[in-house]
Design a protein around this ligand. Structure first.
Ligand code: PAP
Length: 337
């Protein structure tokens, strides 16, 4: 049959068809993974990823918060949002009192799933704060090429895996399912790069390489260092975003107000009060993003052999890059921060 305009699939139908033709991995059920452009991705974010790659127009003034899942995204979003908008919002009546940080900074990979939401970001005023879990290789070309600033937060892989496993348990419960993946199985998938957003090592190295190749473009933060010195991390964040704290702000304690507002204990208490379903897909609750906020919880989940194996992979993958992840500074918890 001859192809007419009408019989050609729309972009959206095309993307949905493409998603269902990609290799499928169901070992993380109910999360379905598809291999897209060499990376295992959660199926839920794939149409959004394709739309973002095709339609998102980055601007040089954008600030992109990038992370592998469970590495401190929620905290980074809260800190960046509170810092950037501090002139507009008083601490007594702050949007973070009623909104989850994920509702303050949109996740490009998710909102691009709807072209209406994508066009909303298109009309947002500068500077835009946007987040992503995409590996650098999958970012829209417009982000790679426009020179906008990137803030990346990374975390020690063993703790990231533990956080992911608990989060997965919440997905299972919130979806009314009962089968939680055994930790040992998720460990094997993590070692084999079969996780949402793919390999943690490839993810972190993609942004690390961009940082080394394009000086000044990427601010690299480590979750463990943020816990040790939240004020230091906030100071670097504000300077990098082009809105350093003034002498007067320092004098009246604005940075301390932001650190307290965004602290684990405060955000978790607010989330408990908010008690709402939020993204992804209305499955999670405002509280789902806060668990322990600690360094070294892997000791409660990994055998010494498992820990040794993950440390070995990390050391091998990062060898010669100048980046280290495997030795957390100390066993700080978010409640100390
Ligand atoms: P996401 O990728 O789903 O957005 P993300 O925020 O990156 O999750 O990671 C969640 C982790 O950050 C959780 O770690 P845990 O499971 O080891 O406890 C969560 O507790 C922690 N976290 C969330 N908010 C904060 C905060 N304000 N300070 C410190 N840690 C936090």
């Amino acid at each position: 049959m001859e192809n007419t305009e009408e019989s050609l699939p729309t972009d959206q139908e095309f993307h949905h068809d493409l998603v269902s033709s990609l290799p499928l991995e169901e070992g993380m059920s109910p999360v379905r993974l598809r291999k897209y452009q060499g990376v295992w991705m959660s199926e839920y974010f794939l149409v959004g990823t394709m739309n973002a790659q095709r339609y998102f127009k980055a601007r040089p003034t954008d600030i992109l918060l990038a992370s592998y899942p469970k590495c401190g995204t929620t905290w980074l979003k809260a800190l960046a949002f509170a810092t950037m908008t501090r002139i507009r919002h008083s601490f007594a009546c702050h949007p973070l009192h009623r909104l989850n940080p994920h509702e303050c900074v949109p996740l490009l990979d998710e909102i691009s799933g709807s072209l209406e939401s994508l066009s909303e970001i298109d009309t947002a005023s500068d500077p835009r704060l946007i987040s992503t879990h995409l590996p650098f290789s999958l970012l829209p070309e417009s982000i790679k090429g426009c020179g906008c600033r990137l803030i990346y937060v990374c975390r020690e892989p063993k703790d990231t895996l533990v956080s992911r496993w608990h989060y997965h348990g919440k997905i299972v419960t919130n979806m009314g399912k009962s089968e939680v993946i055994p930790f040992e199985k998720m460990f094997d998938m993590f070692c084999d790069d079969i996780m949402p957003s793919g390999s943690i090592w490839e993810h972190v190295l993609g942004y690390w390489n961009e940082k080394t190749q394009t000086p000044g473009r990427v601010l690299f933060l480590k979750y463990e260092e943020m816990l040790e010195d939240p004020m230091g991390a906030l100071t670097r964040l504000a300077e990098f975003m082009g809105c350093p704290f003034t002498e007067e702000e320092l004098r009246v304690g604005v940075p301390a107000e932001i650190v307290n507002l965004c602290s684990f204990g405060n955000l978790r208490d607010l989330a408990v009060q908010q008690n709402r379903r939020i993204s992804p897909g209305g499955i999670m609750t405002t509280e789902s993003y806060y668990r322990k906020g600690a360094v070294g919880d892997w000791r409660n989940h990994l055998s010494p052999e498992m820990a040794e194996k993950l440390d070995q992979i990390t050391a091998t993958k990062l060898q010669g890059t100048g980046l280290t992840l495997e030795r957390p500074v100390s066993e700080t918890t978010a409640m100390d921060a």
